[in-house]
Design a protein around this ligand. Structure first.
Ligand SMILES: CC(C)(COP(=O)(O)OP(=O)(O)OC[C@H]1O[C@@H](n2cnc3c(N)ncnc32)[C@H](O)[C@@H]1OP(=O)(O)O)[C@@H](O)C(=O)NCCC(=O)NCCS
Length: 140
């Protein structure tokens, strides 16, 4: 389907069920539902295609971080992640940071394409001992 038919809008409590499904199909260690629920007051956007939620992204304006982004596995590499991240970044200012697992080549490739730069390695950042890469992008 045409990417221009994908609508980016604010996530509501009603959307969380679908967001949780995408979260579970995208991450080995998904955020628990109450954590996602608490981010409803942050910059929490969903991508909707033909009435179906196909991706989401969360930005935290207070900590200036991208909290999470995921696109349903069947809908990747079609520009949906790019539109979601751009829409979140439009609502943020200054230097925006994010952490990504060192092994997550897909996401690292995506973030580099989106203009993020590697700052440093955070040793054993995750509970399972994996390192994180800290990345940032300056927004005007
Ligand atoms: C990262 C993710 C959100 C990207 O979403 P997406 O909708 O597939 O991304 P887009 O189609 O908008 O990609 C935009 C550009 O980013 C780059 N990119 C995207 N996926 C990539 C990959 N797997 N490898 C290398 N570059 C990639 C490409 O340059 C792409 O443009 P192109 O398709 O024209 O080459 C998606 O892969 C995902 O949900 N991954 C699982 C969850 C995850 O790891 N989230 C990040 C946690 S830190």
């Amino acid at each position: 389907m045409d990417i221009s038919l994908v609508k980016i809008r604010k996530c509501t409590a009603y959307d969380l069920g679908e967001v949780i499904k995408i979260e579970r199909s995208s991450f080995k260690y998904p955020y628990p539902p109450p954590v996602l629920y608490n981010y409803l007051s942050s910059i929490f956007l969903v991508a909707e295609e033909d009435g179906k939620i196909v991706g989401y992204a969360i930005g935290d304006n207070e900590r200036n971080i991208i909290v999470s982004i995921a696109v349903h596995p069947d809908y990747r590499r079609r520009g949906i992640g790019k539109r979601l991240l751009e829409s979140v970044l439009e609502k943020m200012r200054g230097t925006v940071y994010l952490q990504v697992r060192k092994s997550n080549r897909d996401a690292i490739g995506f973030y580099i394409k989106m203009g993020f730069v590697k700052e440093k390695i955070l040793k054993s950042y995750y509970m399972d001992g994996e390192d994180a890469i800290l990345m940032f992008k300056r927004i005007n």
